[in-house]
Design a binder for this molecule. Structure first.
Ligand SMILES: NC(=O)c1ccc[n+]([C@@H]2O[C@H](COP(=O)([O-])OP(=O)(O)OC[C@H]3O[C@@H](n4cnc5c(N)ncnc54)[C@H](OP(=O)(O)O)[C@@H]3O)[C@@H](O)[C@H]2O)c1
Ligand SMILES: Cc1cn([C@H]2C[C@H](O)[C@@H](COP(=O)(O)OP(=O)(O)O[C@H]3O[C@@H](C)[C@H](O)[C@@H](O)[C@H]3O)O2)c(=O)[nH]c1=O
Length: 307
């Protein structure tokens, strides 16, 4: 396909930054990164402010930039805040997706939405694309509703990329750290941490996720794809692997139950994603977990040579 014009929303976030970097590597592609505040880190391509809750601003962005593809990474990706303010969660995670799908339909653009393994109930993971969603918290319900809003829209050219427990090393101010950077910060400071031993996930390196999503675009695929790491492990075991990869003290990590840690916001326990479809149809091959953790260590300037 001809190099497309790609609009990224939520481009200051963890997923949005990775998508912007990956899109900018597409030879000839024109990339517009957009976000609510000032640009966090976009040294290639353009950046513009765009509040996706503002339908008029979304329309203007389509008129001005005329995207062929929208990678919609703006969202509320935190479980507790979604429980605490369900209206705000719904407005951003569901209504704004409907607005974006309508705009894409009117302007003939494709739409790709990152979603989550939290659309499932955690009784039977890791999950395949055609397993039955049954979310157990407000965040998961909002993401499933967003998926359904895309399916119900008149837009034909849409894709959902479900992922989980994304980690990386994004630039800029960090209101909320991902699991790996949070753990590295705590262990580096010598603080003990309690992490869930009863949750299974398939943690995902941000650059691998972005590669998978750009493959969906390049191969013009539609529908639901699972794009995550391939290794399923407990959050406790993941924490231990992080400690090993960063030469930190494993003894500071102790097991807890999800119920103890998150009394007001349940998580699916046996979750994580099967990526067979992405592997076979997109040639998506995420790097092994330890290689990904080494890459994060390098990106954070904590590699062996820098240590
Ligand atoms: N992280 C994960 O493990 C994970 C797993 C599964 C699915 N996902 C999905 O991936 C997407 C991105 O998540 P993330 O981890 O990148 O979250 P994130 O780091 O919190 O990034 C979300 C971005 O959305 C922006 N945003 C919020 N409200 C906005 C608005 N009204 N207009 C424009 N931008 C707005 C935020 O802007 P500010 O910087 O101004 O707050 C932030 O930069 C979400 O849909 C999430 O459900 C993430
Ligand atoms: C980042 C962080 C984690 N933790 C501990 C408690 C959590 O149970 C555990 C795992 O952290 P997280 O993966 O950030 O928790 P989480 O259960 O909120 O994560 C989820 O977030 C959703 C947005 C995604 O869609 C899901 O795929 C998943 O990644 O680590 C903290 O105590 N403080 C922190 O700041």
């Amino acid at each position: 396909m001809l190099p497309p014009r790609i609009l990224v929303t939520g481009a200051n976030g963890l997923v949005g930054q990775a998508l912007t970097r990956a899109a900018a590597r597409w030879p000839g592609a024109d990339v517009l990164a957009t976000g609510r505040g000032p640009a966090a880190a976009h040294d290639r391509g353009g950046y513009a402010r765009l509040d996706v809750l503002d339908g008029d601003a979304v329309d203007r962005a389509f008129q001005d930039f005329a995207p062929d593809v929208v990678l919609h990474a703006a969202g509320l990706a935190q479980v507790e805040p979604c429980e605490a303010d369900r209206e705000a969660c719904w407005a951003l995670n569901v209504d704004a997706v409907g607005t974006m799908a309508s705009a894409c339909h009117r302007h003939g653009a494709r739409l790709v939405l990152p979603s989550t393994d939290f659309v499932f109930d955690g009784k039977g993971g890791p999950y395949a694309e055609d397993d039955r969603p049954a979310p157990i918290n407000a965040y998961g319900r909002s993401k499933l509703a967003a998926e359904n809003a895309m399916k119900a829209s008149r837009l034909l050219d849409w894709a959902v990329a479900r992922t989980t427990m994304v980690f990386g090393a994004p630039a800029g101010p960090e209101p909320r750290l991902d699991f790996v950077r949070w753990l590295v910060r705590e262990l580096s400071a010598g603080r003990p941490v309690r992490v869930p031993a009863d949750q299974l996930r398939t943690p995902t390196y941000d650059d691998d996720l972005a590669d998978g999503i750009l493959r969906i675009v390049r191969f013009k695929r539609t529908g639901v794809f699972h794009v995550s790491g391939r290794e399923q492990l407990s959050v406790l075991d993941f924490a231990r692997r992080v400690a090993e990869a960063f030469d930190l003290d494993i003894g500071l990590i102790s097991p807890a139950t999800t119920e103890d840690l998150h009394p007001g916001a349940p998580r699916p326990l046996h979750a994580g994603l099967l990526i067979l479809r992405a592997e076979s149809e997109l040639g998506y091959h995420p790097r092994p977990l330890d290689v990904a953790l080494g890459a994060v260590r390098d990106r954070l300037g904590l590699g062996v040579s820098e240590a």
